[in-house]
Each structure stands twice: as C-alpha cells, then as structure tokens.
Write a protein that binds this ligand. Structure first.
Ligand SMILES: [Zn+2]
Length: 152
C-alpha cells in the first residue's frame, strides 16, 4: 500500500516537497493532538511531526522528524519508508491542496498563465480542486538539484 502522510504545522515546507515529488501528504495547520491522531486513524495516514510528545499516543503511525533542514527531513522520510522519488512524479499533485493533477490541453489555458509561460511550454496540468495550473518548467533546476541530492 502507498504511504499516506499527515504533516504537522511545524513541517510545512517538508509537506510541500512531499507533494511536489508526488507523495500524498495532508497538512494539519492546527496544534490539537487529538485531531491529528483522529485524522491519522480515519484517513490511514502516518503522522510526520517534530513533537516528541506525540510518540506515545495511539495513531496509525508516527514518525518524529529530527532535522531542521527540509533536505535532511526528506532524506529521513525517504529512508524510513523506503520511498523512491521519481522525476516523472514531480508535479503530479497540487502543492496547495494535495489533489492529483490532471493534464489540460494548451489551448484551454490561454490567458490563464503568463504569456512567456504559454509561449515556452507545451505540457500543462491543473488541480481539479483549486484550479491552479502547473507546468513542468516550474522551479525545474531547484527540483533537479534536490532530487539529485536525495537519490545520491
Ligand atoms: Zn489544488
């Protein structure tokens, strides 16, 4: 079964990077331990947190993230759960709401992205929930560098 995560409010950047790599990561903005544990059980998600006080409570699973740096945090999670981030999975999930992206024909996004983006890219995808449009060029160099570091 694919690992699903719920990420606590202290790990927002990590959460976005997990989504960016195509992993299912819900973000919990609140600080109520009961709620995050309830959602972990209900949605069968592993809690990613820096709060060591959560470790003894009952949940589907809890992983205490040690590092402050998001690259190291990603490494911890990739190694703990045996994840295998692929370049082909980058931008398959919305960074804002975690929904899977769908491809959208170029002609349908004219006027909805900056002109230079429209002219320089051919493949676009859209979030069915928040309607945000993505294209593969977004932060491409940064993503390649981080993926390179992680899989080295
Ligand atoms: Zn979205």
């Amino acid at each position: 079964m694919e690992n699903k995560f719920i990420v606590d409010f202290m790990l927002g950047r990590l959460c976005r990077w997990l989504r960016l790599m195509g992993f299912d990561a819900q973000y919990y903005r609140g600080s109520d331990k009961g709620t995050i544990i309830y959602r972990s059980l209900k949605e069968r998600r592993i809690i990613l947190t820096r709060d060591t006080g959560l470790s003894r409570k009952r949940a589907l699973g809890i992983f205490i993230v040690r590092s402050d740096d998001f690259r190291q945090q990603l490494k911890e999670i990739i190694s703990e759960f045996g994840l295998d981030p692929q370049e082909s999975s980058v931008f398959t999930r919305c960074l804002e709401c975690n929904k899977r992206l769908e491809s959208i024909p170029k002609k349908r996004i004219k006027g909805r992205v900056p002109d230079y983006v429209f002219e320089n890219h051919d493949e676009f995808s859209i979030c069915s929930d928040c309607q945000k449009i993505y294209w593969k060029g977004t932060h491409r160099t940064l993503i390649k560098n981080v993926l390179g570091e992680l899989t080295r």
